[in-house]
Write a protein that binds this ligand. Sequence first.
Ligand code: FES
Length: 122
Amino acid sequence: MYNETVMEHFTNPRNVGEIEDADGIGEVGSPQCGDIMKIFLKVEDNIIKDIKFKTFGCASAIASSSIMTDMVKGKTIEEALALTNKDVVDALGGLPKPKVHCSVLAEEAIRSAIEDYKKKMK
Ligand code: FES
């Protein structure tokens, strides 16, 4: 059902964990399945210096979180905000159709963490 890239990120996920003194935290849930994704950000000079995630969800959600965190690490806030779930699916080499909604969590979670960061900056 899953391709090699998805399986690799699921079995060996990058950037798992929490950041204690995070600059921004985002948590989102999927209305379809109830799974939850939480993202922690460290930002310096508008650049995402560090990012960690905790995902209580399916293999696709974990693989999506893993690859998304790799994709936005070192990027500017604006670049991270431009990331879509389609970018995540493409980077994973595709997800089975019923699992595409899992990648939406990754897009929503990074946006929510950035919103929280911006609120804290004010
Ligand atoms: Fe819930 Fe994948 S089935 S995020």
